[in-house]
Design a binder for this molecule. Structure first.
Ligand code: FES
Length: 290
């Protein structure tokens, strides 16, 4: 079953790939021109992707509307359908903000997902318009709602693949535990962190982890080098005010504690304390999450 569904999904790659590349251009241009609104829609303020938090509402409402139609409660069904449409539009706008920073297989799958949801939305709007005319025979609007529900179910399945299979909008530090012990910081050829060039991200190693280390004035800060958004190398980024900016999609993390200050990340970055080791050199420990 899993292989059949995967093949069915992949059969759409032929059109979804170029259509996704086209859509990425205009959505990226649009949302990068309004980054505060994009961040709001993506859910940085929530620390969680907003699209995923909204989508259950219209699916639940639509199911409710279909059930109310079937049991003969037309007024309640129609009101619930209008709620479905409104929440679907809200979910679509939030999803479009995520889409604008999506790449690769995730973009192709997200294009299929968005197309299915748009088809369902159009069917629901037509159904609602027909209902508004108070028809004596409600067969067609009810059939449209049922078809839309089936299309939404397929779209939700593909949307799940975007997250669970392609890993889009998943924190790159999801499986990293909290730090409990100090570990040696391999500073390479840098013997004294006070001599690091000012505000210049430098990659260093601590155990199994790469860190980006930055000196600003008398203070030296360290964050994990792998960007929480999609894995960009922060040591190739730049320091902007009190943050480091990722070179891939320009997310910004506060150097003091890794707090996400600008999207598209909705997740904070692991931050590390640094201290001089008794035996010489330096050691680091991950700070508690916010
Ligand atoms: S990888 Fe996307 S902002 Fe860093």
């Amino acid at each position: 079953m899993a292989r059949f569904l995967a093949r069915l999904t992949a059969m759409n790659d032929g059109w979804a790939q170029p259509f996704g590349a086209f859509n990425l251009r205009w959505t990226r241009a649009l949302f990068r021109a309004i980054t505060p609104i994009r961040d709001l829609l993506q859910g940085r303020w929530l620390g969680h992707p907003l699209h995923a938090a909204i989508t259950d509402i219209p699916i639940g409402l639509l199911l409710g509307s279909v059930v109310l139609d079937v049991i003969g409660q037309p007024t309640a069904a129609d009101i619930t359908l209008v709620g479905t449409i409104l929440f679907m539009v809200a979910a679509a706008v939030a999803g479009l903000a995520d889409y604008s920073e999506t790449e690769g297989v995730a973009l192709t799958r997200a294009t299929l997902h968005a197309t299915l949801m748009t088809v369902a939305l159009v069917a629901l709007v037509v159904s609602a318009v027909m209902r508004a005319g108070a028809p004596t025979d409600r067969t067609i609007p009810i059939a449209l709602s049922i078809i839309a529900f089936l299309v939404v179910t397929a779209g939700a399945f593909v949307g799940g693949d975007v997250v669970y299979v392609a890993g889009n909008m998943v924190s790159r530090h999801a499986f990293r535990g909290a730090g409990t012990r100090w570990i040696r910081l391999d500073t390479g050829t840098v013997a004294d962190l006070a001599l690091l060039p000012e505000a210049t991200p430098t990659k260093m190693r601590a155990g199994a982890n790469d860190l980006v280390v930055v000196r600003v004035g008398d203070t030296v800060r360290a964050l994990h080098d792998v960007c929480a958004h999609a894995g960009g190398p922060l040591h190739e980024g730049r320091v902007v005010d009190d943050c480091i900016e990722c070179p891939w999609h320009a997310s910004q993390f506060r150097l003091t504690d890794g707090l996400a200050r600008k999207g598209p990340t909705v997740y904070d970055q692991p931050a590390y304390e640094i201290r001089a080791a008794e035996a010489g050199g330096y050691e680091v420990r991950r700070m508690p999450a916010h």
